[in-house]
Design a protein around this ligand. Structure first.
Ligand code: CDP
Ligand code: MG
Length: 139
């Protein structure tokens, strides 16, 4: 058993399409606990900073414009193996390769607007959690 925290985001497409409850429901049904949650609208500069790891990728500009195009929901999830459990619920980055029953397979229609973000390692989870939440906001 390894209790972890991970950073999830419901991206602008998930918020705009009314899928906040559906997505959070999947997290809770899978046994992940919500430890912090907020809705906010990232600026382009903030999106560029959050996705700095992808700055050399061809999709960096488009991705960060999309991520600052509307409100998002940032969530700290906690549970046994939370990072992998969340990635399994999300499905593969490309919805066409995502396993049936995953959030991306069920709802995504394009590779960029793929509904959810999830941290990919304990190190990045800590960096991403600190990006969105200060100590007072974490329970
Ligand atoms: O989100 P995930 O960790 O599964 O994928 P990533 O490789 O870290 O890429 C971050 C985000 O960039 C993806 O979730 C997509 O929204 C976007 N992306 C894209 O638009 N085109 C690609 N070929 C790859 C990723
Ligand atoms: Mg990633």
């Amino acid at each position: 058993m390894s209790i972890e925290q991970t950073l999830s985001m419901i991206k602008p497409d998930g918020v705009a399409r009314g899928l906040i409850g559906e997505i959070i429901g999947r997290f809770e049904k899978a046994g992940l606990k919500i430890r912090a949650l907020k809705m906010l609208h990232l600026t382009k500069a903030q999106a560029l900073k959050f996705y700095l790891v992808h700055q050399e990728r061809p999709f960096y500009d488009s991705l960060t414009s999309f991520m600052s195009s509307g409100p998002i929901v940032a969530i700290i999830l906690e549970g046994d193996n939370a990072i992998q459990v969340n990635r399994d619920l999300m499905g593969a980055t490309d919805y066409r390769q995502a396993a049936a029953g995953t959030i991306r397979a069920d709802f995504a229609k394009e590779i960029e607007a793929n509904l959810v973000h999830g941290s990919d390692s304990p190190e990045n989870a800590q960096i991403e959690i600190a990006f969105f939440f200060n100590a007072l906001e974490r329970v």
